[in-house]
Design a protein around this ligand. Structure first.
Ligand SMILES: Cc1cc2ncn([C@H]3O[C@H](COP(=O)(O)O)[C@@H](O)[C@H]3O)c2cc1C
Ligand SMILES: O=C(O)c1cccnc1
Length: 368
């Protein structure tokens, strides 16, 4: 065991995390419209319950918007990008430089999430919160670099506490911006070579499950590569476990700038009262962190899909979220949230625009 945790020059928590304030801002859900929403769903011109999960989605959306006539969905996807020092351990099939290159690809419109944003008509913002490379000249990028990548958590904590908090605040800022731009739904996205390793470590620590159960092949590791990834995570957790307890400690020890920012973004959805569509394993790890920090965030979440990363299933089960889709995706970027977006739009438009039995003079079900 050659990892060690050097004493940090930062003061211990609580530092200045704005979490207490955020926690107070996540108000309870108003059940006042529940009966009216259910009543409308049950009187639309269709057999009772026949729209299945779409009815659940419409109910979720309308209830969170506190209305039985909720606004038409306007999606805002934010992709947070950051690099990971742990890639020095050889835990990804691709080099770290791909993070920066993909950011430029997003800005040029050539990535999967770029195409899906144009196809389905939601906005797309790209945020550099910790890319290990110069992006200062990149136009259209939101420049919020906290540091040039995390430290290698196998050797030392990934982020200084104050930097982790800064990244959380970037996420909250992006939720605020999206709210001001009129978004009624947030879509979570990320880019960061090595971030399935970071998420595996974070999920294993928070769920108290063995990394072996959670680790996948990420961008396409060989079986030996996956075994190395598991070993790196296990050895790191063994070092940190006796030293750490709070979710925030874990976030800084093994997380990443984009994961911290996503956590702030997800909390920001609940604070600004905008429902959030999760993507895959990485964004659901950030969601677990958000819920551990502020349990009132949980009702604001929708699971778009079940990723091929094995840890995703465990996270979803723990959070009590049933994914809408299972498409064997293992991409990230927000791609799963993006393909679920038109389903949410369908659910809400059906709910808002279908005629009721009385409006259409259609006979309702008889006693049989
Ligand atoms: C070209 C390319 C585009 C991507 N878009 C998302 N990811 C995804 O893969 C990375 C995580 O996998 P790992 O932990 O194995 O590195 C993240 O950047 C994630 O968003 C990509 C990966 C690549 C190579
Ligand atoms: O599920 C994810 O979020 C995921 C899976 C593989 C690679 N990147 C992201």
């Amino acid at each position: 065991m050659n990892a060690s945790v050097p004493p940090s020059s930062d003061p211990p928590f609580p530092l200045h995390p704005p979490l207490d304030a955020w926690s107070r801002m996540v108000g309870p859900i108003d059940p006042g419209f529940d009966a009216a929403i259910k009543d409308r769903l049950d009187h639309l011109t269709k057999p009772l319950g026949s729209l299945g999960r779409l009815e659940d989605v419409a109910f979720w959306y309308a209830r969170l918007h506190g209305s039985d006539r909720p606004p038409a969905p306007r999606g805002a996807c934010v992709v947070f990008a950051g690099d990971h020092g742990v890639t020095a351990e050889g835990v990804s099939a691709y080099p770290s430089s791909v993070t920066r290159e993909m950011v430029l690809n997003y800005l040029r419109g050539g990535a999967a999430i770029s195409v899906l944003s144009r196809t389905h008509g939601f906005s797309l913002s790209i945020v550099d919160v910790g890319v290990d490379g110069d992006l200062s000249g990149a136009e259209g990028l939101i420049h919020r670099k906290v540091a040039r990548g995390t430290k290698n958590f196998r050797r030392e904590p990934a982020m200084a506490p104050r930097d982790g908090i800064r990244a959380l605040e970037v996420g909250m800022e992006m939720a605020d911006r999206s709210a001001k731009a009129g978004a009624t739904l947030l879509l979570t996205g990320e880019m960061g070579i090595g971030n399935t390793t970071s998420s595996t470590a974070l999920a294993a620590a928070l769920l108290r499950r063995p990394p072996e159960e959670l680790a996948g092949t990420g961008t396409g590791l060989s079986p030996e590569g996956r075994r190395k990834k598991i070993r790196v995570v296990e050895e790191s957790l063994a070092v940190y476990r006796p030293l750490l307890s709070s979710p925030l400690d874990w976030m800084c020890a093994v997380g990443g700038f984009e994961i911290a920012a996503l956590t702030g973004f997800i909390i920001g959805g609940a604070v600004r009262r905008i429902p959030v569509i999760l993507d895959g394993f990485i964004t659901t790890t950030a969601a677990l962190l958000a819920v551990e920090l502020i349990p009132g965030v949980r009702p604001w979440l929708l699971a778009s899909h079940m990723s091929l990363e094995p840890g995703h299933r465990h996270l979803l089960e723990h959070l009590g979220l049933a994914p809408l889709l299972a498409l064997d995706l293992r991409l990230g970027e927000g791609s799963g949230a993006a393909v679920a977006y038109p389903l949410v739009v369908s659910a809400v438009e059906l709910y808002n625009r279908m005629a009721t039995f009385s409006e259409a003079s259609v006979s309702e079900a008889g006693p049989g």
